[in-house]
Design a protein around this ligand. Sequence first.
Ligand SMILES: [Mg+2]
Length: 350
Amino acid sequence: MKLTFETFELNTRHAFNIAREAGPPARRLVWVRVRDEDGVEGWGEASPQPFYGETADTVMAVMPRLARALEAAAEGDPFALERIDGVLHHALAHNGSARVAISAALHDLVGKKLGLPVWKLWGLDPVAAPSSFTIGIDSIDVMRQKVREAAAYSILKIKVGTPDDFEILTMIREEAPDKTIRVDANTGWTAKQAISAMPILADFGVEFVEQPLPAHDLAGLKLVRDNSPLPIIADESCATAEDVAKLAGVVDGVNIKLSKCGSLREAVRIAHAARAHGMSVMLGCMIESTLGIAAAVQVAPLVDYVDLDGAALLARDPFRGPGIEADGTLRFNTAPGLGVTEAGTAGNRE
Ligand SMILES: [Mg+2]
């Protein structure tokens, strides 16, 4: 099997800011392709996150090592997905976005060889909850504009953890009195701040709160949960299935992201581990193109809450395929594998 990789740039329509940092408008991602001996090619995307120690440069730097590990593990058989997964994880335990790009490419490849979408290979129904649409932190006027642009979406996700949270939520409720709203503090609060914010968020009709505290503050998260009228979902605290057990009894649910967990198979394992602990399951994303989102869509039938708007925030998407419609409804692929093609190629123009 031959693995090739190259960087590409994605631009968002708006600067995308969260509590921890201001996001740059342009991001570098990595497009990974795996070609087998029959010439069938699978694609995957790495959306590296500095929070998890990755950049496009680190992804590019580890790819040759992952390529060698893939070659050794696969022994020419792309269907050995579980074995390859384990070997890649052993080769580079971190570097989740680099590994998931290969995982996605292999699942795409085997789907194409069998003529089946990945969700169908897994025995899933192509049905999932609608996706939320995220409103990034900005001035109230710009955020108001973003809420208006998101009129078609029934669920909004609001980034909180700013001094203006109350004003932001007041504005959201003026603009969208009946929509479901979820908030994400991206580790931005202390336990005390979170506990005092919860009743106010409940009054605004917020459905749940994502990651109020720093990732490793599990005692604080439990304290917040024990004193919160709203469910708490762990995002930064939960990367892999192993984390789910630690979070049982601490939070109400976990947010799966492919670039955190490092493989499509691990994403499925997280969903099942969370179910085993009676926890709810959310599926999120980073700023990704349709190629990255397409891999997450395959997992979406397994979760309760979907947040796959990463490609909807882009000024231009280099890929076409499954993802979310303009109102947040999920669109599954009928084409095999991940069902992704390049945008703007011959016969495939918008
Ligand atoms: Mg989050």
